[in-house]
Design a protein around this ligand. Structure first.
Ligand code: HEC
Length: 173
């Protein structure tokens, strides 16, 4: 009567031991899975103005706003072509947004809501031939920091694209 009881006790000990071994075996897949996952794009902007970073409707609102708020001191050409490239290309959308937000309008800086600064930035992107997308340019700092300001990519082999940009505003007026 003691032996079966002992066997049952041993069996009872073995089963939990297996369960513990299996439970202990579960954690290792975590590092394995992490090494299989592609490297995160956490550092470095993930989006570019060259592939689309604002909506057409947003740029249209920006154009109207520019006419009301900025045109007393600027013309659109102030922010096109070389001026755009030298001031903003190579930075993030946040750099550009924040420069304009904290400095403009010069007689009343930071006086507009963030949505309107985003609209005027979208308008400047459009002026420079950058493509629109379905979604607006965001207004949140972190989202803006993830967008790289790059010049428009001309169609392969085209030099007309550049010259159209440079002289674009003249025929729009
Ligand atoms: C009261 C006049 C005035 C108004 C209104 C004004 N600006 Fe300006 N802006 C200036 C002047 C003057 C400069 C040159 C300042 C400088 O280079 O230090 C300037 C410079 C800039 C620059 C270049 C900044 C830099 O750091 O290179 C941008 C971009 C700009 N303005 C955008 C705008 C936008 C967009 C608006 C409308 C929301 C606007 N400005 C409204 C007077 C104005």
């Amino acid at each position: 009567m003691r032996r079966p009881g002992l066997l049952a006790l041993v069996a009872g000990l073995v089963v939990p031991a297996c369960a513990i071994a299996q439970a202990g075996a579960t954690p290792p897949p975590v590092p394995v899975a992490a090494s299989v996952t592609p490297p995160p794009p956490a550092t470095g902007p993930a989006f570019s103005t060259a592939t689309g970073a604002y909506s057409a409707a947003q740029a249209a609102r920006g154009e109207a706003l520019f006419g009301k708020v900025c045109e007393s001191c600027h013309v659109a050409a102030d922010f096109e072509g070389d001026a755009f490239v030298s001031k903003f290309v190579g930075g993030t959308a946040f750099d550009m947004f924040e420069t304009i937000r904290t400095e403009m309008p010069q007689d009343n800086p930071a006086s507009l809501p963030r949505t309107q600064y985003a609209e005027v930035v979208a308008y400047i992107f459009r002026l420079n031939g950058l493509p629109a997308r379905a979604a607006d340019l965001p207004v949140a700092t972190d989202s803006l920091k993830a967008i790289m300001v790059e010049a428009a990519k001309p169609p392969p082999g085209s030099i007309h694209h550049q010259s159209r940009l440079r002289h674009g505003p003249t025929h729009l007026r």
